[in-house]
Design a binder for this molecule. Structure first.
Ligand SMILES: [Fe+2]
Length: 189
């Protein structure tokens, strides 16, 4: 379930808004300059990367009419309890963008499966968006944010980059994220 939760950036317990209504979520994000869209789910979440990209080719082309995104790929992580390395893999993956950072370009993600939460640190507020399968979000370039994939990372996302290293984060050093509810806590609330 997609969730939007707006909190004070100085007091996480001050919840200004919490909603699961996709129309409200779209409107609230739009008025903050954040693009949000819903695309259909893939026929097969386990399909190979090239098949996922082929299935969404026309939507990707519509999004990229100006040819802005030169590098479009698929990032996926799924729990594998048969793999003794999985807990470490999960922890490392989760930790990668759990601290506040920003990027030189928009961070555009379409979640074809699974989920992840973006926390946007805006003027006086933190806007948490739990993205679920079917959600497309674009975090504007330069926006302070962090991303939580949860204790059991599980998602398949199409990523859109202008530059090959567009995913590289400029970390602010601010530990603000530690004081806000995690993805798992937001879903349990
Ligand atoms: Fe990021």
């Amino acid at each position: 379930m997609t969730v939007l939760q707006v909190m004070s950036d100085t007091a996480a317990e001050q919840v200004v808004l919490r909603t699961t209504d996709p129309e409200v979520i779209g409107a609230e994000l739009s008025r903050r300059g954040i693009a949000f869209d819903r695309w259909p789910l893939p026929a097969d979440q386990r399909a190979a990367t090239e098949d996922i990209l082929a299935e969404y080719a026309s939507r990707i082309a519509d999004l990229n009419t100006e040819g802005r995104y030169q590098h479009i790929d698929v990032a996926r992580i799924h729990p594998d309890d048969d793999d003794p390395q999985w807990p470490q893999t999960a922890t490392a993956a989760r930790g990668r963008f759990l601290a506040e950072h920003r990027h030189a370009e928009d961070e555009v993600r379409f979640f074809a499966a699974g989920r992840g939460c973006f926390y946007l640190h805006l003027d006086g507020e933190v806007v948490a968006v739990v993205c679920e399968a079917g959600d497309l979000v674009s975090v504007p370039a330069g926006t302070k944010h962090w991303f939580d994939m949860g204790v059991r990372p599980d998602f398949l996302a199409i990523r859109f980059f202008e530059e090959k290293d567009g995913w590289v984060g400029d970390f602010t050093g601010d530990r603000i994220g530690e004081g806000f509810p995690t993805l798992d806590e937001l879903l349990a609330a």
